[in-house]
Design a protein around this ligand. Structure first.
Ligand code: FES
Length: 83
């Protein structure tokens, strides 16, 4: 198995877990988990898609799933999805 496709467990804000792999687009990983990440420009400039990954804010539309240091990656949505 290639390290390029390292299996990554993701823990979403609603407590749901999903399995993705290193290098997957965040928006694809979220969609596979049934999690809606809001988007705007899709080019990295508006910030609508920001999520927190293990405490680091990333723009989901231009970022991919990193290899976790240990355990599942913990994702928080930067904006409240329930309003
Ligand atoms: S959708 Fe605009 S920064 Fe990601």
């Amino acid at each position: 198995m290639s390290s390029e496709h390292k299996r990554v467990e993701i823990l979403w804000p609603d407590g749901q877990r999903s399995v993705s792999h290193k290098g997957e687009d965040w928006l694809v990983a979220a969609r596979q988990a049934g999690v809606h990440v809001p988007t705007g420009c899709m080019g990295g400039s508006c910030g609508a898609c920001e999520i927190d990954v293990d405490g680091t804010t990333v723009r989901a539309c231009i970022s991919t799933v990193p290899a976790p240091a240990s355990g599942p990656l913990k994702v928080e949505l930067a904006t409240d999805p329930y309003w």
